[in-house]
Design a protein around this ligand. Sequence first.
Ligand code: DGT
Ligand code: CA
Ligand code: CA
Ligand code: ZN
Length: 591
Amino acid sequence: MNKTEIAAVLNDIGTLLELKGENPFKIRAYQAGSRLLEGLGEDEIAQRVEAGTLEEVKGIGEALAQKISELHRTGRLEFFEKLRASVPEGLVEMLSIPGLGAKKVRALQDKLGVDSIAKLRAACAENRVAALDGFGEKSQEKILAGIRNREAYGKRHLWIRASEAGAPILAGLRKLPGVQQAESCGSLRRRMETVGDLDFLVATTEPAPVVEWFVTQPEVQEITARGESKASVRLQSGLQADLRLVPPEQFVFTLHHLTGSKDHNVQMRQRALARGFSMSEWGLFPAEEKHGPTAEAKKQGAAGPKSLKAKTEADLFQALGLPFIPPELREGLGEIEAAEAGKLPRLVEVEDIRGVFHNHTTSSDGHNTLEEMTAAAEALGLDYLGIADHSKTSVQARGLDEARLEQQIEAIRKLNESKRFKTHVFSGTECDILPDGKLDFSKTTLAQLDYVVVSVHSSFRQEHDVMTKRIIRAIEQPHVTMLGHLTGRLLLEREAYDVDVDKVIDAAIAHGVIIELNASPMRLDMDWRHWRKAAEKGLLTSINPDAHRIAQLEFFRLGVGVARKGWLTKEQVFTTRPLAAVKKWLAARGK
Ligand code: DGT
Ligand code: CA
Ligand code: CA
Ligand code: ZN
């Protein structure tokens, strides 16, 4: 196991002990151990496990050292497995409901005998939770809302999780002998923000060994279906994965079919029919051959109608008089009409991105220092990096006050001057939008910065008009460059603020404010469904990773996927501009 996985196990142990009501010191030792481990280097841990010197690290005692070593060496820990088996699954599941920590879960179990989400829902319905000490009406409502959300979203997965789970399987399939082509299709390929299941497609003339390989992967928890040319499994992550196997000449047609979406497919089939073809996952057939082989085909000894040939999806589109439509656009939302009219946008690409704004450092709630973040941005080949730590009202995120912000501005100035890195750093802030729409910093303070992101981090439940006015008021302030995470949604977890997105878009355009495309995989906010229209009206976006550690800088790649899904071109994305142009634009805005 690597350090992140071990840290997660230690953290889980802490949680399980808490659910069992164990000694708080013991609990804290595991939680602290988990954090400690995160701070150590991967190599250092390996060396210390090897040399048996983990205990020399302050905060790691004998028991912890032994457990870390066992996990590192074997990837398993008997203590953990026994502990997990001793705590009802339902209690652990209850923790996934926002607002329920281990203490509250224990109280619910002790006082109401609730040890599953189903029982919790019943207890809420009977008003028994509200009556408990430390709960009340409001928290009962919140729990119920959490249960409903879980049910509505429970079966979907963040795109990034699906992508991570799918990547090794796809790579493995491509390496198998006899596999000519393999692709992930479905919502993953279309870059939907969440994914229901994985859809793999393989071109081969010999499906049996491929099916066998697929169902025997170590991540496979259960085989839900198995046939000669298809199989379905459930992975340990809870994700389902389908596999289809087709002869090579059919690959492109099935690829297009399995990529979808359903609406896109339906429209494509209609188009095919109008042009005298019948289109399916099997191929593209001249319509008169739909019901069987023609006399000509029979003469040739063919068993059924013959499909047109297509080597690539571009060939398939071309056969229907269309240019290639990128998978991200295939939602049946006008892409076929646009393609027909020659009006498909030239979508922004990962290679177009020159820099990233809205990133955190250890000055607020980030995990890496300014220097580490800059070095990482340089390693990614980025020309500029925008830092935007939290502002003072975000106390829980250790937001900066004016004095600390000034120190940071100075540190960034010196870093740029030192020319240690090729990447230029912009000083910014993620300034809180206070509940009344005022900003957390004065104009004078904001004027000192290269750029300003403004975001809502409190009073999420304001009603529609209040929230809309609040955000628009913030946009209207001088020195504001960008609006952060417009709706505050956390995918599969927390609803968006109740805000009039169209009005905010219009206000941003009117005031020359950028709306960010927050590329954090759980946000992807503003939603792709708004971008096409907004950008046509003149809205500019910046693809912002909102990185809280160096590895997260790369989230901008996900952001590009969403931007493409929103029909955005290079010109509509601020961070595709070269450094000099960005400096100039920001300087002009700053006045
Ligand atoms: P998901 O898995 O819920 O995130 O969404 P998809 O789009 O991956 O859907 P999935 O896995 O049920 O099916 C994979 C593809 O198969 C889908 O993108 C389009 C195609 N497909 C599924 N159902 C239908 C259908 O009823 N009609 C047509 N024409 N195509 C379909
Ligand atoms: Ca799917
Ligand atoms: Ca599927
Ligand atoms: Zn934020």
